[in-house]
Design a protein around this ligand. Structure first.
Ligand SMILES: C[S@@+](CC[C@H](N)C(=O)[O-])C[C@H]1O[C@@H](n2cnc3c(N)ncnc32)[C@H](O)[C@@H]1O
Length: 375
């Protein structure tokens, strides 16, 4: 008969089963104090179940069975070893470790492992079933990644943006929900049958470019991104929605100088759109670990005023926009004032500030500028 054991929750969640088993038997180890207590090993539905005192239950692989394990099924509630039990344990663990949106994260992971996009698409009765070995391994592995603060979008490799499900890959910037509003402002501005020639600077996953190509089915987009992975991901997402034939994309850093692929593009574009890196350098340290550790800094860092790339885009605009063409920019709340001031000092560019649209919290976030042409 095995001695009674207790394991701390973190020991169970963080140690491999092999290590767990070693600890179990290594009574001379200083760790033994952690497993010296009230838990027990049981057999349940032909699986070994380790009781974790008040912490719930975990299933041990069959190879840990021995004839010494006492049969005691009535002590094991089926709920504890079910998918629902696994979900609850992970939610509690993430919550205790201070991982934001622990509930939503675990729900997204469980739904993904069980082949659904949304948790609510799962039949509620599934929560009372035992996971297969593979399902449990997958849920544990993906929740461990969340514990290390990897964004859930990277963990499940996709995320919804407007009416699309886009492929997500680190370190390419994950599109934010306010960018959905930004796209809507632009799609509301033009007639759907316009043959727009659109230039996007910093396409990331392709959220904006692919949305615009779908909204305007006679349009063409030329997109640039400094990050090779972003260019590849935009191509993948464009192909997913079958708009790749109307997209030209280049892995090139755009500055105030005309990029070599646009040298013959004088007055070519109807609009420039960009959600550029616009975080003020001094604010970078305050970002969540999810952002700092996993997303590419070049997608975030806008320099001292958060406007390095914004200024470059405005300086580039007279070379590529048709007179009367607009520049649409997603920005920080402080940028509309900064841009108005800056444009007063750069009248030679013939770019005017038109207006700034609010986000869903009513803060000024989306700037519309116009290249009025040589007057
Ligand atoms: C905030 S992300 C926006 C991505 C995407 N458009 C979106 O809204 O989800 C900014 C993107 O601009 C790219 N980028 C930054 N500086 C750039 C530059 N000078 N030229 C081209 N791309 C740039 C980054 O690699 C990143 O993909």
């Amino acid at each position: 008969m095995f001695p009674a054991t207790t394991l701390s929750r973190c020991l169970v969640l963080r140690q491999s089963w092999k290590h767990l088993r070693e600890l179990y038997f290594r009574r001379d180890s200083t760790d033994y104090q952690y497993i010296n207590g009230g838990g027990r090993l049981f057999s349940y539905h032909n699986q070994a179940v380790l009781s974790l005192s008040h912490r719930g239950w975990s299933i041990l692989p069959e190879r840990y069975f021995t004839s010494d394990i006492p049969k005691n099924e009535k002590d094991v509630t089926s709920e504890d070893v079910t998918i629902g039990g696994l979900k609850r344990r992970w939610r509690k663990c993430l919550e205790e470790e201070g991982v934001p949106e622990s509930d939503l994260s675990v729900e997204a992971i469980v739904a993904h492992v069980l082949g659904k996009k949304m948790f609510h698409e799962l039949d509620a009765s599934i929560m009372t079933l035992l996971p297969t070995k593979k399902e449990k391994e997958d849920i544990d592995r993906l929740c461990h990644q969340r514990l290390k603060r990897m964004p859930v979008q990277y963990i499940i490799s996709e995320w919804d943006f407007r009416d699309m499900t886009l492929i997500m890959k680190p370190p390419v910037f994950i599109p934010r929900s306010e960018t959905e509003i930004f796209v809507e402002i632009i799609t509301d501005h033009y007639r759907k049958d316009e043959e727009l020639k659109i230039l996007e600077i910093g396409c990331g996953s392709g959220a904006i470019s692919v949305s615009l190509l779908r909204a305007f089915n006679k349009s063409h987009v030329t997109a640039f991104d400094v990050l090779k992975e972003a260019v590849e991901l935009t191509q993948e997402n464009a192909a997913r929605y079958n708009v790749q034939d109307r997209l030209n994309i280049y892995n090139e850093s755009v500055s105030c100088r005309v990029p070599k692929h646009l040298e013959n593009s004088k007055f070519q574009f109807d609009l420039i759109v960009s959600n550029p890196p616009y975080i003020f350098e001094e604010d970078l340290d305050g970002l969540e670990p999810e952002v700092i550790k996993f997303e590419d800094t070049a997608a975030l860092n806008g320099g001292r005023d958060g406007a390095d790339v914004i200024f470059d885009i405005i300086k580039l605009s007279p070379h590529v926009l048709k007179p009367g063409g607009y520049i649409w920019l997603e920005t920080d709340t402080r940028h509309s004032d900064i841009l108005k001031d800056w444009l007063k000092r750069h009248r030679d560019l013939s770019v005017q500030f038109v207006c700034c649209f609010p986000d869903f919290t009513d803060r000024p976030r989306f700037c519309q500028l116009q290249y009025v042409g040589d007057t």
